[in-house]
Ligand binder design. Structure first.
Ligand SMILES: C[S@@+](CC[C@H](N)C(=O)[O-])C[C@H]1O[C@@H](n2cnc3c(N)ncnc32)[C@H](O)[C@@H]1O
Length: 207
């Protein structure tokens, strides 16, 4: 991670109020695909990691039983809570949680994990660890939208800030999901530096 968790939290809290109005076409396309692929059932619990102001958590709350939105930035979550209240979503819970420790109750059921434009803040070994934590929730599906490289990124057109972001290749992420007992059932190329990866569990957790 190029910045500490505390530095990322502070950075996002500072821009939380303007965050929703600052996003690119590719970001919106990516978020929309994550929402479509998440496709929760009415009795599903969705865990959204790096939930920010609720770009994924709020739309999926319309179909799911409950959404656990976890983030490290209180400012981003405050925006999310305000929007949830405005939209009448009382089944979304924003609370502090990190990728590598989402702060769930030990017996918390999770059916679908989502994450959009957030995992790239971690280094590759930390991303692998985070994907392990997602798998350990027992979820049947993980939908990850993020900055990730399909090919060598064009240095003239970086889709990320090298000072704070640390994107992986799509291959690294796919390998991490398969290592955790998931089959990657879709890889959507939104941009040569933006991917949506859908992973479905094929190997059961050990009893
Ligand atoms: C670019 S925003 C994306 C927010 C939201 N998912 C979206 O699609 O708009 C990245 C979010 O990841 C959060 N974040 C950064 N590092 C994190 C970590 N280690 N654990 C959990 N969240 C993290 C930030 O606080 C921020 O809200």
């Amino acid at each position: 991670m190029k910045k500490t968790v505390e530095e990322h939290a502070e950075r996002f809290s500072e821009k939380a109020a303007a965050y929703d109005d600052s996003k690119s076409e590719e970001y919106h396309a990516c978020a929309s695909l994550v929402i479509d692929h998440a496709a929760p059932e009415v009795d599903d619990v969705v865990l959204d990691l790096g939930a920010g102001t609720g770009a994924i958590a709020l739309p999926v709350a319309e179909d799911a039983e409950r959404v656990l939105a976890r983030d490290i930035s209180e400012g981003m979550m405050e925006e999310g809570r305000r929007k949830a209240e405005e939209r009448g979503h009382d089944n979304v819970e924003f609370a502090y949680g990190e990728f590598r420790d989402p702060g769930l109750d030990p017996d918390q059921r999770v059916d679908v994990v989502t994450s959009n434009f957030a995992l790239h803040h971690l280094a590759d070994d930390e991303k692998r660890e985070a994907i392990g934590v997602m798998a350990d929730t027992g979820t049947r599906r993980i939908v990850l939208g993020d900055v990730a490289f399909f090919e060598e990124p064009d240095p003239e057109a970086p889709f990320y800030s090298p000072q704070v972001d640390d994107p992986a290749t799509v291959g690294t992420l796919v390998e991490a999901f398969t290592d955790e007992g998931f089959a990657v059932t879709a890889v959507e190329r939104v941009h040569d530096q933006v991917a949506v990866i859908v992973a479905e569990r094929i190997r059961e957790l050990p009893a």
